[in-house]
Ligand binder design. Structure first.
Ligand SMILES: CC(C)(COP(=O)(O)OP(=O)(O)OC[C@H]1O[C@@H](n2cnc3c(N)ncnc32)[C@H](O)[C@@H]1OP(=O)(O)O)[C@@H](O)C(=O)NCCC(=O)NCCS
Length: 172
């Protein structure tokens, strides 16, 4: 059974081990998500501590997907936008553990992110993703609009260059 939860700061800190294991598996599995391989859970924990602080400052909304009681996926809504973009949010760090993929967790997380964004008054969502990776097709499938591609924008965890595609979705 898939359960989607929004974690506040204390709950984020309590979930750091699960979140770190998840993030480590995704980066070491080849996902271009800001970090290089190897990415051990201890290094991922440093990242999640910063996320917990951002949640506490109300700069970020953190959603997690639990499958059979365990955190197997997550996504973030960045809401620390400038004063002239109060209607916008950034979707960040959508990830599902390799073992739990293909069971609808990212669909459930992205649906919840949209509902949560609208509740927070955010009607325009923006994200970027590695070009040619499975997530690119999934965003299109979920109704996101492709804006364009920037060549060699980032690196894959193994050091190869990676193009990035920008998507947006107008919710209302
Ligand atoms: C990308 C990722 C999050 C997908 O997670 P997932 O839980 O396996 O995805 P889902 O099973 O929920 O699939 C989402 C939807 O996309 C569809 N889909 C899956 N693969 C697809 C493809 N190649 N083409 C088109 N649609 C696809 C699914 O059928 C589903 O749609 P539905 O609900 O209408 O059936 C996961 O592979 C992952 O964590 N990858 C590594 C991290 C990453 O790349 N994150 C993106 C960062 S921007």
């Amino acid at each position: 059974m898939i359960e989607i939860l929004q974690l506040e700061e204390a709950a984020t800190l309590a979930a750091i081990d699960e979140l770190s294991s998840l993030f480590s598996q995704c980066v070491d599995g080849g996902a271009s998500m800001g970090f290089m391989a190897p990415f051990p859970p201890e290094q991922a924990a440093v990242y999640w501590f910063e996320v917990a602080k951002s949640v506490g400052r109300n700069d970020l909304i953190l959603l997690v997907a639990r499958l059979n009681g365990r955190i197997e996926g997550t996504v973030q809504l960045g809401i620390a936008t400038p004063p002239n973009q109060p209607h916008r949010a950034d979707i960040k760090k959508l990830m599902v553990s390799p073992a739990a993929r293909g069971h609808g967790l990212s669909r459930a997380l992205m649906d919840a992110a949209e509902t949560t964004a609208l509740k927070a008054g955010r009607s325009l969502l923006v994200l970027d993703t590695a070009t040619g990776e499975p997530a690119e097709k999934i965003y299109e499938h979920l109704g996101w609009v492709r804006s364009g591609t920037i060549p060699n924008y980032a690196l894959f965890p193994d050091g190869r260059f990676c193009d990035t595609t920008i998507f947006y979705k107008q919710l209302a």
